[in-house]
Design a protein around this ligand. Structure first.
Ligand code: PBG
Length: 422
């Protein structure tokens, strides 16, 4: 009914009847300001505007009768057309049937038509851990630390949960003395990762813990798999180790094991190994399309996990390849992956969209260390607005089709999102 009154102008030869809301609208040079409080009922008081203020309320029928009789209540006039600056060219209007700017013209309209949202619930927070008691800053990743697993880790998780980030993924820095050619420390039930999982689950039973499944932090060669003497990364033997690693993590309480090694057939093998040990409920997030990227540099510094020789190009994908991601996705899906991950993130938005459109599984994007460091560096040098670029990059990953985002910005972004809502 309210719309009946919109744009009611003076009707020739008829007097206005006063029309007043039960709470005064703020009138500012003829403009009604947007008031976010819910609309209340409008009350017409008899006699308003054309005589002494009456105290009796008119019934709906009386109000209608007044209008029918020509006593139309008054409403503010529409605001005058705003003036353009002097010198603005006077031009005929373009004959446009569609002006997309109409849907962008106010914050309320823009909010109504926003297609993608960003929430702390979408974030998975990668955390570096070590055996030490102190938190050691990581030079190439300002704001990130190797956290002491007993104290720093627990405090960081508590802070993240305070702003709605309840998912983490753990990356361990393993002492050199525990590394060997076959990465056996990876499945030590009392190793750094299983110990940290048990501690976190004890303190925060509902925390969602993702783990990394790969041999590189445990390998004396710094590779994700076992290296043969001729330099070949052995596939099936590595998968055997990864299965033991995943089961050990599940035994400690991991919710989602995440093979990041890119060996063939590891998802199916890990699924079988988990099921055989009674871990049907533990999910697998597969690094499906993980590229041999130079954006991982700061991460390898953080974990001291640079390959001792060569590169990872015989198992990680060629950054030039698009169709190959479909081959990987097909295998991982049929082997039982629960989540498909694309890594890195922003330079690979086309791959995220490709997997989003070709699979019904949830898609994860990993905004990797190099992406994080570039935004941090640009911000520190005042070349870009760090906070805005951070939020935009995360939104773009969501728009491309990522359900969840692994990001070192998880806590900072969540804080920023909470601040905006306040
Ligand atoms: C190793 C692993 C890497 C990352 C996550 N897991 C490095 C690599 O493949 O060399 C990189 C993460 C980042 O750069 O933020 N399995």
């Amino acid at each position: 009914m309210a719309s009946t009154f919109v744009n009611v102008g003076p009707i020739k030869g008829l007097d206005y009847v006063g029309f007043r809301p039960s709470r005064p609208l703020k009138l500012n040079s003829g403009r009604t300001q947007f008031d976010p409080r819910p609309l209340r009922r409008l009350t017409v008081r008899a006699g308003d505007g054309d005589g002494p203020v009456g105290k009796t309320r008119l019934s709906d029928a009386e109000c209608e009768a007044a209008v029918v009789a020509g006593n139309v209540p008054q409403a503010p006039p529409a605001p005058p057309k705003p003036a353009a600056p002097a010198g603005t060219p006077v031009v005929p209007l373009l004959p446009l049937s569609r002006r997309p700017r109409r849907n962008r013209r106010s914050p309320a309209l823009r909010a109504a038509f926003q297609e993608t949202s960003l929430s702390p619930a979408n974030f998975v927070y990668p955390l570096f851990i070590h055996e030490g008691q102190e938190d050691t800053p990581i030079g190439a990743m300002p704001g990130c630390y190797r956290l002491g697993w007993r104290h720093g880790l627990v405090e960081e998780v508590a802070k993240a949960r305070d702003v709605g980030v309840n998912s983490i993924v753990l990356f361990p820095k393993i002492p050199d003395a525990l590394k060997n050619a076959t990465g056996d420390e990876a499945y030590n039930d009392d190793g750094l990762v299983p110990r940290s999982i048990r501690l976190l689950k004890d303190k925060f039973p509902d925390l969602v813990i993702y783990t990394d499944v790969a041999l590189d932090p445990y390998s004396s060669d710094g590779h994700d798999g076992i290296v043969r003497e001729d330099g070949v990364i052995m596939n099936d033997e590595t998968v055997h180790q990864l299965c033991k690693q995943a089961v050990s993590q599940a035994r400690a309480g991991a919710d989602v094991v995440s093979p990041s090694d890119m060996m063939d057939g590891r998802v199916g093998a890990i699924r079988n190994a988990l099921d055989a040990e009674g871990f049907h409920h533990v999910s697998i997030m597969s690094y499906t399309a993980k590229y041999a990227s130079s954006f991982y540099g700061p991460f390898r510094e953080a974990l001291d996990s640079n390959p001792r020789f060569g590169d990872k190009k015989t198992y990680q994908m060629n950054p030039a390849n698009y169709r190959e991601a479909l081959v990987e996705a097909g295998e991982d899906e049929s082997e039982g992956a629960d989540i498909l991950l694309v890594k890195p993130g922003l330079p690979y938005l086309d791959i995220i969209r490709l997997l989003r459109d070709s699979s019904s599984l949830p898609i994860a994007a990993y905004q990797v260390s190099g992406e994080y460091s570039m935004i941090k560096a640009g911000g520190a040098l005042k070349m870009i607005d760090e906070e805005k670029v951070m939020l935009e990059s995360l939104m773009c990953l969501r728009r491309a089709g990522a359900d969840i985002i692994l990001t070192y910005f998880a806590m900072q972004a969540a804080r920023s999102l909470c601040g905006e809502k306040r």
